[in-house]
Design a protein around this ligand. Sequence first.
Ligand SMILES: C[S@@+](CC[C@H](N)C(=O)[O-])C[C@H]1O[C@@H](n2cnc3c(N)ncnc32)[C@H](O)[C@@H]1O
Length: 206
Amino acid sequence: MRRRRYELTARFYDLVSLERPVYRVGREAGIAALGLRTGDRVLDVGCGTGLNLPLLRAAVGPSGAVVGLDASSAMLRQAHVRIRRHRWTNVTTVLGDAAETPPTIGEPFDALLFTYTLSVMDRWRQAWSRSLALVRPGGRIAVVDLGLPTGRWRLLAPLAWLACQAGGADPYRRPWQALTRTTADGSHEVFRAGHVHVAAGSSPCG
Ligand SMILES: C[S@@+](CC[C@H](N)C(=O)[O-])C[C@H]1O[C@@H](n2cnc3c(N)ncnc32)[C@H](O)[C@@H]1O
């Protein structure tokens, strides 16, 4: 099971995740596309070890709120280390399956963020629709996820495929299309030769 993989690897995730050379760029672009303002409430779905948390906390400031949801208690333990280190009082986590929406999550949110998670989740379509219900009308949503390099970079596809296998991600799922299909103002950017996709838009309920 994909979730079990993260229970086992949580302690090493930040070290082996190729964050700086490969994946950080998508995280930064996705968060920038949310257009967060001071005081906003943002939900980080599948927050993992909390690599997004410093950027989200900086964007919403001390008067905002950041909630990280994850199904892995081991990943959340790493996120808590980060939260404690920074003494953030407005960054919290919820343990639960995004496909089931834990009742303690609180709503509505001004923004939703999915970084490298929808390609990993077992019931990602259910997680997607449940999460959409938690964002206010007109709220911002960003999806950052993985594909395989194409065109002249397709020689790198086996490497990208291996990276996806290591993380349990399905590189053929293309979850960002769920966002670009349902929003009138959707944007889509591609980084790392087609390996990293970033889509953003406003809540379709808006
Ligand atoms: C590749 S990691 C990405 C973590 C983080 N978003 C990041 O950008 O580093 C995928 C995360 O999704 C979480 N996850 C998988 N299935 C989930 C589900 N159904 N509900 C909530 N979280 C889930 C895993 O526990 C893991 O922390």
